[in-house]
Design a protein around this ligand. Sequence first.
Ligand code: NAD
Length: 316
Amino acid sequence: LPNSVGFIGLGVMGKPMVVNLATKLPPGSRIHVHDIVVAAVDQLVASFPDTVVKCASAADVTAKSDVIFTMLPEGAHVKSVYLDSRTGILSALSDPSSPQAAKLVIDSSTIDTATSLFVKEQLALSSPTTSFYDAPVSGGVLGAVNGTIAFFLGCSPRDANIPRLTYFLKMMGGKVIPCGGPSLGLAAKLSNNYLSGIITIACSEAMDMGMRAGIDANILASVFAAGTAQNAICDVFNPVPGVCPKAPSSNGYQGGFRVQLMRKDIGLALDMARRLGTRNALGTSGLGVYAAASEAADCKDLDSRVVFRYLGGIEN
Ligand code: NAD
């Protein structure tokens, strides 16, 4: 059956996610889209004139869709898109003149768990027929383009909406992992990025140390791959240019996951850690490295693995 889907936030992740939906939804389906950058909307409408429909606001998208996705930069944007009293998703859901069909609303932005829980609570208070889920993603822009991103879903594996959610999420990605309950998709995502961000710094330092001792970068990477240090950053996203030909580091650190986003995510992870009272020996210094690299002229706006350059690594 054709579906009526909504998508708000058509940035570097959102746009390819919509492209995947547009090519995989059954014929006759519609995707109602909105972004404050009108050019992003117009480009998608031009590519899929029969499927993608331009909407003036998040409320407009919501009124016309049964399943609504949001892919926004930070918590402040999520709050405004959901809760603005005139243009927000909530205003459409609580409009007594619009039909109150059961809707699914899914936020895939990487934000703090408190904002996500607050938005979920506000939606539940105003619209009991709406189900809200956090479903942040991992896999980067390439994963979004190829439809292989993983979704970390903030619900129990026994949630009644999982089949319907999975139906849509699988059109945009690969694995869908229910993480236990509301906001736990985000807690999982922040834990994941904390780990990969810290590994990236450790890998950069260890590679530079071995290379300065005289070991060829490729030999060193193969040592780590064969030894107890084996990890995906070294194997697939090695921060040293030339080791992984397809990695952003081998392409001037272009593409990939921006260093500013890693700073944001490690900052969010540390906020969560503070609230939970966990000890994060490496987190604070790691955040300092990403914060400084985000400001450095030769690093900012580049892939987060550029911390190798920031730390003074030999680039050849
Ligand atoms: P982006 O900045 O490219 O896109 C965000 C989009 O949201 C922009 O087009 C912006 O105009 C739009 N937007 C902002 N405020 C809006 C509003 N009030 N109404 C409508 N649209 C609005 O960001 P991105 O890289 O696509 O990332 C989105 C989220 O996904 C972030 O939370 C990021 O951390 C996360 N993420 C990004 C990557 C990545 O590799 N880029 C990977 C995994 C997760």
